[in-house]
Design a protein around this ligand. Structure first.
Ligand code: HEM
Length: 193
């Protein structure tokens, strides 16, 4: 186990992997919060567009942190992960289930981030399906961080998980309860049938 390293020198790659993993989790959560905030129309319509921009940017920033996380793990002198382990779920020799959850999250995040750029070319149903997978990505990322990581053990892990999940639960609750505004009907112009 990495945590049981006897040397006093802590591998830099391990520190980078942990920091990048935690940052990726925070950015993914923030992107999900903004997506839900748009869906419940939390801000006035003129602010919706900027929310969309941030929603997309945070997802791409999260994905770049995932890339850094993966590269740092490849360079980690204790883990000895191969490129295949980082890209294919189920190949990790160490905590395979926990690591697989991270790998699947990474692919889901790539699908989510890419979907913004093909939105006009895919059906609304497909777009929604991809975006609902954001919930799965969040749950898997949280499960992965709590079970594979070093820093999210015990009470810290519970507090972080609660802090990240609370806005999501609240926004989903609001989304279910708050009726969606119907699109304004066109006024019938005199003389038209
Ligand atoms: C590319 C596939 C991935 C692999 C192979 C992977 C692997 C790992 C491993 C081996 C650890 C344990 C590091 C340690 O010893 O502390 C870890 C921790 C972690 N990973 Fe990943 N991961 C992946 C993707 C992700 C994704 C997509 C996220 C979040 C969006 C994420 C977030 C985290 C977090 C938060 C930790 C805990 C960091 C800590 O406790 O310090 N990982 N990951």
């Amino acid at each position: 186990m990495i945590g049981a390293t006897t040397s006093t020198a802590v591998p830099v790659a391990w520190l980078v992997a942990r920091a990048a993993g935690l940052t990726a989790l925070a950015l993914l959560s923030a992107s999900l919060w903004l997506g839900l905030a748009m869906s419940v129309r939390l801000l006035p319509p003129r602010r919706q567009k900027s929310l969309m921009g941030w929603h997309q940017t945070l997802m791409w920033c999260g994905l770049s942190m995932v890339a850094l996380h993966g590269i740092a793990l490849l360079l980690d002198p204790v883990m000895h992960f191969s490129i295949a382990v980082v890209l294919v779920p189920g190949l990790a020799p160490w905590r395979p289930l926990a690591v697989s959850a991270g790998v699947v999250t990474a692919w889901l995040m790539l699908a989510l981030a890419s979907s913004f750029h093909v939105r006009r070319r895919i059906t609304q149903r497909r777009w929604r399906l991809i975006h609902y997978s954001g919930f799965a990505a969040f749950a898997l990322a949280l499960g992965h961080g709590l079970t594979a990581g070093t820093d999210l053990r015990g009470t810290t892990g519970l507090l972080v998980a609660g802090g990240l999940a609370a806005p999501i639960v609240w926004l989903v609750y609001a989304r279910i309860l708050v009726p969606r505004a119907q699109p304004a009907r066109r006024q019938a112009t005199p003389g038209t049938a």
